[in-house]
Ligand binder design. Structure first.
Ligand SMILES: [Zn+2]
Length: 185
């Protein structure tokens, strides 16, 4: 029992270190934050059933999202590879937008990659995401945004596996995973 608690603490500390490491911009504001809490705990706009589009001012998003999620979702930053909680995660269930709860991907469409970010070959439905041309860093890429709230999720590439050949390369921070109920397939 005691050993299990100790191991849990070590894992928690290691996870916190990973999350805090690459996000130097957020270090000032995360000091008093609850690191383990999911974004929707403080976010009144989060809903997995309300499909209405969300158009909120930037300062509102800043208040309801964690600093790291705000930086990625509203300002397009990218988490460091291999630091997110889902890049090699294999649980069965659904992935939702961490900023607003919009259903985005099923675990059936997730595939193993070596890139260090969770990758999917298709969205759960056509309107789940929208796309925008991104010409930053001297590249032409297709930016992937949440279809409900417009949060930056990641980028779309054409080197994915069959049947679509697409690779939705996502930030773990932008996603919330919900496991399927036991016995339900
Ligand atoms: Zn969203």
């Amino acid at each position: 029992m005691t050993r299990a608690v100790a191991v849990s603490l070590i894992v928690l500390m290691a996870t916190s270190a990973c999350l805090a490491g690459p996000d130097s911009r957020g270090s000032k504001t995360t000091a008093g934050g609850a690191m383990s809490s999911h974004s929707q705990s403080f976010n009144p706009y989060y809903s997995r059933t309300d499909a209405r589009k969300l158009e909120l001012p930037d300062d509102v998003w800043k208040k309801v999202l964690s600093p790291q999620l705000y930086s990625i979702a509203r300002h397009g930053s990218t988490e460091a590879a291999f630091t997110g909680r889902y890049w090699d995660y294999e649980g069965k269930g659904s992935y939702y937008c961490a900023a607003c709860g919009n259903p985005l991907f099923r675990s059936d469409a997730k595939f193993a990659t070596t890139c260090g970010w969770p990758s999917f070959f298709e969205t759960v439905r056509p309107g789940s995401v929208t796309y925008r041309k991104d010409t930053s860093f001297g590249m032409v890429r297709s930016e992937v945004l949440c279809g409900r709230c417009g949060a930056h999720l990641g980028h779309l590439f054409d080197d994915g596996p069959p049947p679509t050949g697409k690779r939705y390369c996502m930030n773990s921070v932008s996603l919330e995973f919900e496991p399927d109920e036991a016995g339900k397939h």
